[in-house]
Design a protein around this ligand. Sequence first.
Ligand code: RFL
Ligand code: PHB
Length: 397
Amino acid sequence: MPHHSTRVAIIGAGPSGLLLSWALRDAGIDSIVVENRSLDYVLARIRAGVLEQGSVETLTRLGLGDRLQAEGMTHDGIYLQFGGERHHVDFNALIGRTVTVYGQQAVVTDLVAAHNQAGSAIFYEAADVAVHDLESDSPRVTFSHDGEEHEISADFIVGADGFHGVCRASIPTDQIELHERAYPFAWLGILADVAPSSDELIYALHDDGFAMHSMRSPQVSRFYLQVDPTDDIQNWSDARIWQALQTRLGLPGWTLHEGTITEKSITPMRSFVASRLRYRSLFLVGDAGHIVPPTGAKGLNSAISDVTQLAAALVEHYAGDDTKLDGYSEEALARQWRVQQFSQWMTEMLHRHPAEGASGAEAAAFDYRSQLGQLDYVTHSLHAQRSLAEQYTGLPL
Ligand code: RFL
Ligand code: PHB
């Protein structure tokens, strides 16, 4: 059985795992990454699109900024659309901060290229990944790869294995609480080969539900539509998708350009926070520890923030100071709950709440009027706009 020894064993080669391994390498700390999917699969996942200014700074500081600077699209703000009107919220004018539109796929591609060049130890297509001896100072990871059983001994294990991973599930159930909230809607997302029809992102609340116009490059647009979580992507022909986008995003005098749809899928929305991000020798980062609905664009940014904090704490640990490592879980969770609140607020404000139960239709109609009132306030009060700007562009670490 091949046996490996490292400082930090990282489970998952999504953005969290790849970035942590890269940040540790930058500080001279050895790590091994174990991923159960193939490299092609990891590179093909589309997902997030918006980077906070702090995330851009982190990636740049770690030498991952070249393509990001060249191809990332700096946006001063966003548009909020409702009641047949589109309003610009100008973060840059309000608080002097911006966001950068640069796909998660591009971030992961850059990380994979950097690791390839550095010759990092990353096992893709690892099967039966399991973690052991978490209560000890030398935890282990086992997995099989190319028909061989492998074992890694490490000082720490980091669960960067997303919501469905094995790490969080390995914490004894009486040692962790899970706080969770599902939403009665989902996002149908598409990627289309067409130049964006807007200079910045449009978040729209329409009678028919939420719609969003985002982008990936000057040639590629990304769109989302609120759908029922039980809906099937087979029910959505390309023509039906464009029709819904035209209806929900349309405004007189503005043209939504259509193009070839190259990807479409439906994603459920949930809010989720684990009560701890550390159990003895195991740490959780990113989606393994928390999930937000995508409306506030916070998932990837939270992952980058966790990783930045944990990497700094591990560097201090190896320099003989455990203060940051001991404070990691509490500090990251405090930040995460603020992010949760913002994401929930954006989500509930911008989606049609379906009628549920006996007085459901009345409550849903009330909610809708109230949401329009909230949007009216947000787009007309400078205080509310500043608050949105501060939260969307990234709360201080
Ligand atoms: P990931 O990306 O899920 O990666 C986890 C990795 O772990 C692997 N894995 C395992 N490996 C080994 N053994 C096991 N047993 C394993 N189980 C799982 C998986 O294969 C995978 O490679 O988590 P990570 O790295 O923490 O990254 C989190 C982000 O991916 C996520 O938060 C964002 O995509 C969320 N998100 C957004 N975040 C933003 O900041 N801005 C956005 O604009 C934004 N938009 C979005 C989003 C997520 C979306 N979806 C599809 C969920 C839009 C959408 C539609
Ligand atoms: C995206 O471009 O995928 C995107 C942008 C903003 C969000 C969510 C997703 O809030």
